[in-house]
Design a protein around this ligand. Sequence first.
Ligand code: AHR
Length: 628
Amino acid sequence: IELQLNKPGPKIQPTMWGIFFEDINFAADGGLYAELVKNRSFAFDDPLMGWKSYRKDSLRIINETGASTASRFVRLLPLKSSQKNFLQNEGFRGMGFSEGEEYRLTVNARVPEGNEQELKVELLGDDKKPVAESVVTIDSNDWGKKELILKAQATAAKGSLKISVVENGSVDFKFISLFPVKTFKNRPNGMRLDLAEKLAALKPGFVRFPGGCIVEGHHLDLRYQWKKTVGNTEDRETLINRWNTEFRHRFTPDYYQSFGLGFYEYFQLAEDLGAEALPILNCGMACQYNTGELAPLNEMEPYISDALDLIEFANGDATSTWGKLRAEMGHPEPFNLKYLGIGNEQWGEQYLERYDIIAEKVHEKYPEIELVSGSGPSSDGDQFEYLWKELKSRTANLVDEHYYKDPNWFFNNAKRYDNYERGGLKVFAGEYASHTRVENQDPSSNNNWLAALSEAAFMTGLERNADVVQMASYAPLLAHVDAWQWRPDLIWFDNLKSVKTPNYYVQQMYSTHRGDYVVPVVSGGDVLAGQDSLYASASADQAAKKVYLKLVNSSAQSRAVSIALKGAKTASKEVTVTTLYQPDLMAYNSLPKPDVVVPQKSTASIKGSSLNLELKAQSFVLVELTTK
Ligand code: AHR
């Protein structure tokens, strides 16, 4: 093998390796968004979903006249007995409390008659006994907001929150929220720390949000509308989640979107992660796998203004309508949005007609914004060809390709982009994952080593073709072990812990060793892309004086490789070798056993101008060289 350091290849964009976020598998509510209370404003279709009280008839649901669900409240009624009425929330498949950690309760409540009412607040553990308890006093103020900090004295994975009246009497509740005090970057009521830290450790170049099919909705009125997700958190209207449906024999009827993680928070998260924001907007089409409802072409105005106003929200100054809102929400500086996706997995002429209408207006007003268009469903080759052909004559900058395929497809497609046309449209590999469909009940078992190895092989082709592929993201990102709809996923979690899959480590080995240009790797004069079960790509980071060589041996035999370092001026003869390997291709990481497939570090030495390595059977190896 030759590592041709004397023949620098194409530039690698800082956006090359990113993350795809969709509120699927309880990724937002019940996941990254650290809120512990489900249905915190009683706005689900069943206002009491997630809640219970002393008895069903010991409370009343009151909808303020003519108002939306956002103005619904619950009245706890006085009991005839000496028992104390209460409200108890079950959380998202329970609530996780960690011993010694603090939790912030926020309530918007009032006493309808009389002056004050004391409420006993308890965090209940797995055995239903309190792990924390305190008292808050509510007065007759109109929805005065009260906050309370509770410290857990024990750990619970399936805890709950209970609020009881101290004296018999009525109390109205509009909003009840509970967050861990410690969140990512210490943002109050922000992102769950362990999950956000795992995202940060990927050093993503971009964050795509809010999905996925969730952008589209089954019907247009159920589509994701970013304007409803900004402003005061308590006033954001809840919406049924697009994944609250029977899907692959699974059903999660309690899946809604509170939009506490809304577009402001997504931009903030991208900024906190040092990544570019890549929002995807609805293009006037509901999910074509479902109703495929279309906005008439002469009624595209809401979709156009969603795009234009979003750019203003992200980049406009505080004198603009939407820029002002962003500033009021706490971010006077612009978010510097550069990319915008129009439509998710849409296809056909109907997509192009709608894409054109929105794209024209965006380009007219904001020519600097790079537009991302869809390329249809991954399984439909004809649509894919058709859209690519059509999009070439249009104003898109990047085309979003999706592929959920089996491991063989990934091994066989490492050369996919070698012959893509240069100099034109760029590729955003916006959703991909190797699917092995193992019928194993263990949720994270589909994230097995075979799937991850095949992705590592495929990604050599993405990296080698960095002049065409400028963004790539594994999908989906997050999944709750007790509430998922789709697998495999990059990170699995329960209410307390999370686990990095082998696929996560593959992503991380690429994204944290990105480099800024490609270094060719050849064997017998040809690019190395699967010959003799060997795959390779390399990149160099000029400023850090590093070269990162990625090698995949997909064969069942270990093999010796000799790497000739052409034109190398190495600063050290010693190189770092990171190996991801497991003899069992079906091995996977799980919450109880998180370290089955993890990277191992070692060193090797350059002899003369060659590096000799022994690659284990079915392994992924990253070699890090330091140059002068
Ligand atoms: O990632 C899960 C789903 O797969 C996405 O919502 C959709 O875009 C794709 O079909």
